[in-house]
Design a protein around this ligand. Structure first.
Ligand code: FES
Ligand SMILES: [Fe+2]
Length: 386
């Protein structure tokens, strides 16, 4: 673990212990008002799709999903059909999953292994670098330049065990390291590249995507919405939020953290005493539990709907019955807790167009929500670029 992440984590613990003593909690300077139109206006959603879901890299998977050359998966949730693979040199590549002949979808499987990708329509065939290799009866295509007709490549990156893709071909390059820099040391400390996927799931939900996102950006709701589940595990509304712009680190102390007061600070374990909800702009969370990690991706599928995709990562394969049971029990709990959020989220959606609220009022301790809104608004106003 890098020195400065250690320092950051020690300071988070010190802050929490001081809150425990004083009864304070982390506060923003002001309350924030979010116009309800930001959830209901089709123009807003159009701009969000064009900007947030086209100009910025998003997490599409874990490296274990591309374990060898030729392994691939497809990704469609952003509305851009994408094909993500690992080439002969072991590099991650992403392409528009669109044939250069007449535009058919090239790869139809969700995942698999291949040496080449062959379009089902007329069998134009591409290699793992997207290069066009085969055109049946090519003599009758005149002097087409095959080098110009490879699959269109998208910027793709493998960092800290996760795979990022920007779902558009803009001329602007992506400096992924600069983009992740505010969070790089924490991500590195998690060693996600050596984890494995225990579960992967995706659920469509009837709510604007912001509602789903916001459920992970404060802990004010824990002891109400999750009173029989998550509430008991955590200190009530005493998180620490670090603005790692445009991302947010939200450290949620576990109940019992106060016992650290009796320990010398060089023996403190951050990981054993926190759940961390890291928001990675624009639509991902890396949610760190004491011994495993969830990767969330929330993508709009309409004005009033979104898809919630999740990967549950565990440190090593669950190859005993005991391990299977243990991780399955964790998975079952998290399903229940997320479902509690989503049921409330869908109830918010059902009331959005009633006119009951012109804006929502975000409390001073709903800090993650305030910080993330600032990043989102900055991006939509053109002030935040990757
Ligand atoms: S559209 Fe793909 S080969 Fe014709
Ligand atoms: Fe929740």
């Amino acid at each position: 673990m890098s020195k400065s992440n250690q320092v950051e984590e020690r300071q988070i613990i010190e802050t929490v212990l001081s809150y425990c003593e004083s009864g304070d909690t982390h506060l923003q300077r002001d309350v924030m008002k979010i116009p309800v139109a930001e959830y209901t206006d089709p123009n807003q959603l159009r701009r969000e799709m064009d900007i947030l879901f086209r100009q910025f890299p998003i997490i599409v998977g874990h490296v274990s999903q591309l374990p060898a050359s030729g392994t691939f998966f497809t990704h469609d949730a952003t509305g851009v059909p994408m094909l993500i693979t690992r080439n002969r040199d072991g590099a991650i590549k992403a392409f528009l999953n669109v044939c250069r002949h007449r535009g058919a979808r090239v790869e139809h499987q969700a995942c698999g292994k291949a040496n080449t990708f062959s379009c089902p329509y007329h069998s134009w065939t591409y290699n793992l670098d997207g290069g066009l290799r085969g055109v049946p009866k090519d003599a009758n295509f005149g002097d087409i330049d095959k080098a110009e007709l490879g699959l269109v490549e998208l910027p793709a990156f493998e960092r800290n065990g996760l795979i990022w893709v920007r779902p558009s071909t803009s001329a602007t390059p992506v400096d992924i390291d600069a983009w992740l820099a505010p969070m790089a040391e924490q991500l590195e400390s998690l060693d996600l590249q050596s984890h494995v996927v225990f579960k992967e799931w995706a659920v469509p939900r009837e709510m604007n995507w912001h509602i789903a996102l916001e459920g992970f950006q404060e802990q004010y709701h824990f002891c109400s919405a999750h009173k029989n589940t998550a509430c008991a595990a955590y200190l009530d509304n005493q998180g620490v939020f670090l603005n790692q712009y445009p991302h947010v680190r939200h450290s949620v102390p576990l109940a019992g953290i106060e016992k650290l007061k009796e320990q010398p600070s060089d023996e403190w374990s951050y990981r054993k005493n926190f759940m961390t909800q890291n928001y990675l702009f624009p639509c991902n969370f890396v949610q760190v539990m004491t011994d495993h990690v969830y990767i969330h991706t929330i993508i709009p599928t309409g004005q009033t709907s979104c898809i919630f995709q999740c990967l549950m990562l565990i440190p090593k394969a669950a190859d005993t019955e005991k391990a299977q049971k243990y991780w399955q029990a964790n998975y079952n709990v998290v399903q229940q807790v997320f479902d509690e959020d989503f049921v409330i989220g869908e109830s918010i959606q059902a009331g959005l167009n009633t006119g009951a609220n012109e804006h929502f009022t975000i409390g001073r301790f709903e800090s993650g929500l305030q910080m993330a809104r600032q990043s989102l608004n900055d991006a939509l106003a053109g002030h935040l670029k990757v």
